[in-house]
Design a binder for this molecule. Structure first.
Ligand SMILES: C[S@@+](CC[C@H](N)C(=O)[O-])C[C@H]1O[C@@H](n2cnc3c(N)ncnc32)[C@H](O)[C@@H]1O
Length: 234
């Protein structure tokens, strides 16, 4: 599954950047996460993508390292220190980071507990980890995707992400909600890697077309919800 996720993101950089240019959502999530984490010192932007999350962490870090499994995403990232790598086998020595931030990335792995164990391994005493995971879209308080012909799954549920962090760190958590729209929802699912949440089995082009068709009639004042968790090394 991880190979498929990486391949899907390799094809996603331009649609990803189009969504980010439209909404600024990933930069906003990273700013909120950084405000909760207060990262200092050597910071890992884990699942750094094309760089939307970088500025939020670069501000307070002495050194920022951007890591991603997808070269297609990472090559667009302006961060100076960039590393291709997988959350499950981080290519760093033990206790070499002060903060690890997963902005919209930890819910994309099949086993968040393995990634969390790796984050803990590379953190120094007193270090901090943060994650933000998509927790759904609502319209007038109900599931905006209810009744549509789709799967709408992440490799890991938000609850699994929270549980993995809870079992390894002393955590605080909460939810952020953003005003959104049917067009935002469609732009989000025009990103091939995120359309894969709806139709994981379809080839890229068909998947995006199918997602666009399925979501064509979703309208109204939508809200997009994200669950955040911050954990500290005891
Ligand atoms: C939704 S994007 C978020 C990118 C960036 N943090 C942002 O806020 O714009 C998720 C990123 O996580 C990366 N990713 C997913 N699974 C990964 C894994 N197992 N190891 C490393 N990176 C992974 C993807 O390649 C993708 O670039």
């Amino acid at each position: 599954m991880k190979r498929a996720i990486r391949a899907n993101f390799d094809e996603s950089a331009s649609a990803y950047d189009a969504y980010e240019a439209r909404t600024g959502r990933f930069a906003a999530l990273a700013e909120r996460l950084a405000a909760e984490m207060e990262p200092r010192g050597r910071v890992l932007d884990a699942g750094a993508g094309t760089g939307a999350s970088a500025a939020a962490f670069a501000t307070s870090a002495d050194a920022l390292v951007a890591l991603d499994a997808s070269l297609g995403m990472l090559r667009e990232n302006p961060t100076e220190r960039r590393v291709v790598g997988d959350f499950d086998r981080l290519p760093f020595r033990d206790a070499t980071f002060d903060a690890v931030a997963f902005t919209a990335s930890l819910f994309l792995v099949p086993e968040p507990a393995a990634a969390v164990a790796e984050a803990k391994r590379i953190l120094r005493p007193g270090g901090v980890v943060g994650a933000v995971a998509l927790d759904g879209w609502t319209v007038h308080g109900g599931d905006a995707l209810a009744g549509l012909d789709r799967e709408s799954r992440s490799p890991a549920s938000t609850d699994e992400v929270v549980a993995a962090l809870d079992s390894a760190f002393e955590t605080t958590t909460g939810t952020w909600s953003f005003d959104s729209s049917g067009d935002d929802l469609r732009a989000f699912h025009a990103i091939p890697a995120l359309a894969a949440r709806l139709y994981p089995e379809l080839p890229t082009d068909e998947r995006v077309v199918r997602a666009t068709e399925t979501l064509a009639d979703v309208e109204g004042p939508l809200e997009q919800h994200w669950r955040w968790v911050v954990g500290r090394v005891a």
